[in-house]
Write a protein that binds this ligand. Structure first.
Ligand code: B12
Ligand code: SF4
Length: 458
């Protein structure tokens, strides 16, 4: 049995992102002796010929496509990746007749819609490690692969979450690690899966489950050491929230310090679980920045969005980071249910007073089925029951709908450390390339305060 694992994610903003899920699947296939190769289209400058030559060299029975993003969830200038995925599949079909299997976070969000839009054979929802392997074993036993043709969905989430410590470490050897470090500024690692919190718009519990499963700090450090051997010196921790549970976060830092590992890293954090002790440990372990999933700095809006912290928690977390000298960023989502011009002004002023290194501000919330926001929007008549979610649909409170874009355009002119991805304000592809060319590593927002001076010197 020959397998080709494909990453068709060519998005380069905010950075090209290493396909960690595929590296994890590659490790599983290697462990079980299944012959496979990787085709990562991220840095290809001729997609058709990259696909053609991979098919020629592997002659795959099965092609596994890792679908990470549906669209860039950014309003108003959104990008959808689906036509590109369709083109990739069409090109594969032009050169052979392998079974096409879909998986990845994007697939988990819209499985029925994607399998039919992309005309694939099989789709696996959830963690691929157990379900994909089981499927390949079935294929091996069956002499007639064609019986799997025709859209079939396997739900890999049915109570069978994998034991993370029983997994082999991700196999990064078939990938362009140097390219990701140079142009993406970092590699990535996962220290847990699952999120127990209940933010109304969030898809993460659908993708990873609500039960938190932790990895052993020793295994995590083994993986970091392996990454350092590959030259990956800067890492993003992809956990939804790194610092909850707080004792797990502390144990990881202690293990990095104990082993004297020299690595720079950054992560997402929840402001409710920030203490001086944790932030000091994180800095000692090489952490250079944290990104808070704050969403708002208005207590009513935090409640409406289902957040489990208050504006006081945000103030405290910001003060702790400032005191310790840790770069920090607040990620905001403006326009949720109940948002008004007053709550927007309050949020902007309050966040500014916290003196963050940067702010990443999204306008409108991309609605996905299965979330509380989706049911609410349907109940309010904001979206119809037969809404086509393949197209980006955004929730934007009526009270701010008309004034918000001119307001942020104007605001950004005097706040150069505020990034508005949906409007390409203060972070563009040109700026990103420029900074990476100078060897800048880590999340680029870390450089927002220094940016002006940095560019002036050129
Ligand atoms: C960390 C993260 C980021 C970081 C990444 C940093 C880094 N250097 O790694 C940053 C901040 C840069 C980022 C940016 C973006 N992100 Co993001 N991100 C995530 C997050 C939280 C984790 C992703 C991850 O690494 N998971 C760990 C790996 C191991 O899991 P995995 O890839 O899903 O793989 C598993 C399964 O999916 C499956 N699987 C994977 N491939 C395959 C293939 C087959 C054949 C099979 C069977 C199974 C399978 O098995 C794997 C192992 O269990 C997810 C949310 C989430 N919880 O998944 C969002 C998420 C992936 N991001 C999302 C989006 C939209 C974006 C952006 C477009 C946002 C923006 N406008 O900037 C950009 C795109 C960047 C890019 N170049 O692609 C969306 C994608 C879905 C969607 N809505 O379209 C997600 C799901 C969040 C959401 N809003 O719903 N992101
Ligand atoms: S937004 Fe973050 S904290 Fe809230 S449910 Fe999603 S992953 Fe969990």
């Amino acid at each position: 049995m020959n397998v080709l694992l494909v990453s068709p994610n060519v998005e380069s903003l905010p950075d090209p992102v290493f396909p960690l899920g595929l590296a994890q699947l590659s490790a599983i296939l290697k462990r079980d002796g299944i012959n496979h190769e990787i085709l990562d289209l991220c840095f290809s400058d001729d997609y058709d010929s990259s696909i053609e030559s991979a098919l020629h060299s592997v002659d795959p029975d099965v092609v596994g496509l890792s679908l990470r993003n549906i669209d860039n969830v950014s309003y108003p200038h959104y990008i959808t990746y689906l036509p590109f995925y369709r083109k990739v599949i069409e090109t594969i079909r032009k050169h052979g007749d392998p079974l096409i299997v879909l998986g990845g976070s994007a697939f988990a969000l819209l499985p029925d819609e994607l399998i039919s839009y992309l005309d694939a054979d099989v789709g696996i929802i959830g963690e691929g490690e157990a379900a994909f392997l089981e499927f390949l074993r079935q294929c091996e036993r069956s002499s007639a692969l064609h019986k799997y043709k025709g859209s079939r969905i396997i739900d890999g989430r049915h109570g069978k979450f994998v034991d993370l410590d029983a997994l082999p470490l991700p196999d990064r050897t078939g990938f362009d690690n140097e390219g990701y470090l140079r142009w993406g500024g970092m590699g990535n690692i996962q220290t847990k899966r699952g999120c127990p919190f209940t933010c109304i718009y969030c898809t993460y519990p659908i993708i990873e489950g609500a039960r938190v499963r932790l990895r052993n700090p020793g295994r995590i450090c083994d993986e970091i050491e392996q990454m350092l051997d590959l030259g990956i010196t800067n890492i993003f921790v992809v956990d939804n929230v790194f610092n909850a549970p707080i004792d797990h976060a502390e144990s990881i830092c202690r293990e990095i310090i104990k082993r004297n590992i020299s690595v720079s890293w950054s992560c997402y954090a929840n402001p409710r679980f920030v203490t001086h002790r944790l932030i000091d440990l994180m800095i000692e372990a090489g952490c250079t920045s944290v990104e808070f999933g704050s969403d708002s700095a208005d207590d009513v809006m935090l409640g409406n969005l289902g957040k489990n912290f208050t504006v006081d928690d945000l103030r405290n977390a910001s003060a702790v980071c400032r005191d310790a000298g840790m770069s920090f960023c607040h990620s905001l989502i403006i326009g949720g249910p109940g948002e008004t011009p007053d709550s927007v002004h309050h949020t902007f002023n309050t966040v500014n007073d916290m003196s963050p290194t940067a702010v990443i501000c999204m306008i409108g919330i991309r609605i996905f089925p299965g979330t509380t926001l989706s049911s609410k929007a349907m109940k309010e008549g904001y979206i119809a029951p037969n809404t086509d979610f393949l197209k980006p649909v955004f929730y934007l409170s009526e009270a701010i709908e008309h004034g918000i874009l001119p307001f942020v355009e104007q605001y950004s002119q005097t706040h150069s450390n505020w990034i508005f991805p949906g409007l390409n304000i203060n972070m563009t592809q040109e700026l990103q390339k420029k900074l990476r060319r100078f060897g800048v590593r880590g999340p680029l927002w870390e450089y927002m305060r220094r940016r002006r001076g940095f560019l002036r010197t050129r």
